[in-house]
Design a protein. Structure first.
Length: 316
């Protein structure tokens, strides 16, 4: 396996060969996507039950998209915290939050750790991280290689930067950065200048896996070889259509089930669906396809939860 390397003007690269996800394909696809008729589903929501976090019990709340509040080993972890109304550099355009935000920053119990998987706007929201850093001065951010400087330019200095397979002891947890198959960039000229990753968070022998944003690759067998079994996995199931364009960078539900198996997940939770319209599939389709994929694999639906926005569950 090749470790990530910086290749001059080409930036970082993925571990394994895949179809390119480039500007040519983007401009071939984008006009159809922007003009395609679609129906906004009425997705159910719940009021977060933060009382389930009392006493230090392992629990989680789905805030939406890739954002969770997870209590793990008595510490509170945020994943890709996006609390804004749009996943966009513009306040008036770009993918808009289609399900109301169920939990505001001012309602959060003080988090200990915030994991950032990469710098795309639906995973790294500048306003959100600024507000979090201001409201919770002891909050520790963990970011992939090259992204610490972005935070420093915004006056946020409690940041630890990790390469793939590097780890650090943070807030009483052992945090490992692990590979994902994706790319990075927030503008026209910075593609792949910073790394992308997932994370394993260990506490007292229990392992939490946050996949971030990814296509399917042999990376997951590698992660499973090092860390299986995993006690809790947060896995994307949406933003997958059309496959000729999205397959390299975003998994579909069938591949999410494969990752569940690759890493020996005891309990998985679906994410990256139903919050922002990023691709062509109907917003409520991913859970339906996940149910079919689980049945095909002979896996109980209780082993791969699909939460409602705002739903809180205590972990077993």
């Amino acid at each position: 396996m090749t470790a990530p390397r910086h290749h001059g003007h080409r930036g970082f690269r993925n571990n394994y060969p895949h179809e390119h996800h480039d500007a040519v394909r983007l401009f071939r696809w984008l006009p159809k996507f922007l003009t395609q008729p679609w129906v906004r589903p009425n997705l159910p929501m719940q009021v977060p039950q933060l009382s389930l976090f009392e006493g230090g019990a392992d629990a989680l709340t789905w805030i939406g998209h890739a954002s969770f509040l997870v209590q793990w080993g008595g510490k509170r972890v945020l994943t890709d915290p996006v609390f804004g109304d749009r996943a966009s550099p513009l306040g008036f355009a770009g993918p808009q939050r289609l399900t109301p935000l169920p939990l505001r920053i001012e309602e959060l119990p003080a988090p200990d750790l915030a994991l950032i998987s990469h710098n795309h706007y639906d995973h790294l929201d500048e306003s959100s991280v600024r507000q979090l850093a201001q409201r919770f001065p002891q909050l520790q951010f963990v970011v992939p290689l090259g992204l610490k400087a972005w935070f420093a330019r915004r006056g946020i200095d409690r940041v630890i930067e990790l390469d793939w397979w590097q780890s650090a002891e943070i807030a009483g947890l052992r945090v490992h950065a692990v590979p994902a198959q994706h790319f990075s960039g927030r503008g026209v000229h910075d593609r792949n200048r910073t790394l992308w990753c997932g994370y394993i968070v260990e506490s007292q022998g229990r392992k939490l896996y946050f996949a971030g944003d990814t296509g399917y690759s042999a990376d997951f067998a590698d992660i499973g070889h090092r860390f299986a079994p995993v006690d809790l996995a947060l896995l994307p199931i949406g933003a997958y259509a059309p496959r000729w364009f999205m397959q390299a960078m975003h998994i579909e539900p069938l591949e999410a089930v494969k990752i569940h198996q690759d890493i020996g997940s005891r309990q998985s939770v679906a994410m990256h669906w139903g919050t922002f319209r990023l691709t062509e599939e109907p917003l409520d389709e991913p859970p339906q396809r996940l149910r079919s994929a689980l049945a095909e694999a002979g896996i109980a639906e209780s082993d791969f939860w699909v939460l409602e926005h705002g739903e809180t569950r205590r972990l077993r």
